[in-house]
Design a protein around this ligand. Structure first.
Ligand SMILES: C[S@@+](CC[C@H](N)C(=O)[O-])C[C@H]1O[C@@H](n2cnc3c(N)ncnc32)[C@H](O)[C@@H]1O
Length: 433
């Protein structure tokens, strides 16, 4: 079995049900092979597996280990190796091009993101809270703007495209902080293969959502098939349950407000009413006593103390039904919004309205950034295109790094940043071989 992944010391301690000190001793005694990465040790899956197989004393943990690593794997020719991708050396240098501020981040690096990521990995390892990427989709097409200026060529297809992505994902995983997460935007032709690659790299157990994004108006295709008006966003945590999650809510639609709040108050707008009592009897407490000449119905208790009930009445928030039942007025304007589900409608603007051919919807990026990062978090987009992620990250007071290898992208990013009054330091990678 080859899960091609790394474990932290904590992961191993948890899996083996031993202390971190015991794991450290295994490493010190050279029983367990570990690699030092930015001050902390990591153990490759294969090394961990060898260790488990050689140590009879921990044999009972084998099932736990195998359960944890039960991913599916995609086999294809010349599949890149994780260690090789992480540790192969390269001869390149990052050069300053234009410095506009003194901050550490908020920078755009022009060049191939594989070279750039390898070069900056040590500086950002475990530091990035949010990655959003929208790579080419392996379509074999060229993408130009309305003026027919070429933006970029998406010329890697099939397994070559998958391996191109795999190499970048291997490096991106290392950049993520313990509370970090990654969103990968892809189409539905190749996206299911990408899911398997991401399961391998980030771990099946860290998969959070496959978000269906409605990208345009319904299409009227001639072919014998359903219209295709959605793409997908694969969402993974570096470590499930530890990822930043701000639970941003979605406001109710007009239709939902009309449906759930059928009455109208002349000043406060739409409202509905809820019972002031709830199931369960209070035997001796205040909520079981008479209020306004009324006892709670049998088997129920008042939801509020009698003092609070009187206060609600004073504020005009109690409505009496025809049968003499008090109910609390609940206003649509006070509704906190609803839980966001995994189908999103964020249509992209048409070609004639955007400066870059595959520019993504800013409101969609806003949702992602608000939910999965905090103010001052570091956000990374290494397929930056028009800089849409970076612009939104900046607006929301996040730190950011953008990378792209297209001259057109660099040109549009500069233009967009100027329009949005965003200060950016520009760099470029120089391959020295
Ligand atoms: C689909 S576009 C991204 C669009 C972007 N999300 C936006 O909203 O404008 C993909 C981008 O990836 C860039 N790209 C492709 N291969 C790259 C590579 N090896 N290194 C860096 N950027 C690359 C392309 O130049 C292109 O700008």
């Amino acid at each position: 079995m080859n899960t091609q992944d790394f474990f932290t010391i904590d992961d191993i301690a948890k899996t083996l049900r031993v202390t971190r000190q015991t794991v450290a001793k295994f490493i010190k005694d050279k029983k367990l092979n570990a690699i030092k990465m930015n001050k902390s040790y990591r153990v490759h899956n294969e090394d961990f597996e060898t260790f488990i197989n050689q140590n009879i004393t921990v044999a009972e943990t084998k099932p736990i280990y195998y359960k944890k690593s039960r991913n599916c794997f995609l086999e294809y020719e010349n599949k890149s190796d994780i260690k090789e991708t992480l540790y192969s050396s390269q001869n390149s240098r990052i050069e300053k091009v234009e410095i506009n501020h003194a901050k550490e981040y908020n920078k755009f690096i022009f060049g191939d993101n594989l070279l750039v990521l390898k070069q900056i990995l040590n500086d950002i390892i475990n530091k990035v809270d949010l990655i959003y990427i929208d790579p080419p989709f392996g379509t074999g097409q060229e993408f130009s703007n309305m003026d027919r200026d070429l933006a970029y060529s998406d010329n890697l297809v099939n397994h070559q495209f998958l391996d191109f992505l795999r190499k970048r994902l291997i490096l991106l995983k290392e950049c993520l902080s313990e509370k970090g997460s990654i969103y990968l935007h892809i189409d539905k032709k190749i996206g299911h293969y990408v899911k398997i690659i991401m399961d391998e790299i980030f771990g099946y157990e860290n998969f959070l959502n496959d978000i269906t994004r409605l990208k345009c108006n319904p299409k009227n295709f001639a072919r014998n098939a359903y219209g295709n008006y959605s793409d997908m966003i694969l969402f993974y945590a570096k470590k499930r349950d530890y990822n930043i999650w701000n639970e941003i809510k979605e406001p109710l639609s007009e239709k939902e407000i009309e449906k759930f709040f059928q009455k109208t108050h002349p000043k406060l707008g739409r409202y509905t009413t809820n019972p002031l009592h709830a199931p369960g009897e209070t035997l001796n407490g205040d909520t079981g006593k008479e209020w306004n000449g009324l006892m709670p119905p049998k088997g129920r208790h008042w939801r509020y103390s009698r003092q609070e009930l009187s206060m609600l009445e004073l504020q005009g928030l109690v409505e009496w039904s025809e049968t003499g039942n008090p109910r609390k007025k609940v206003f649509a304007k006070d509704h906190k919004g609803k839980k966001i589900q995994d189908v999103w409608e964020f249509k992209d603007r048409g070609m004639s309205y955007v400066s870059y051919p595959t520019e993504k919807n800013q409101d969609m990026l806003k949702r992602i950034i608000l939910n999965s990062s905090n103010e001052n978090s570091l956000v990374l987009d290494c397929f930056a295109g028009s800089g849409s992620t970076l612009i939104m990250a900046d607006k929301l007071k996040r730190k950011w790094i953008g990378i792209d290898s297209s001259i057109k992208s660099l040109e549009i990013v500069k233009k967009n940043f100027k329009e949005h009054n965003i200060f950016c330091n520009y760099y470029s990678i120089l391959a020295l071989d």
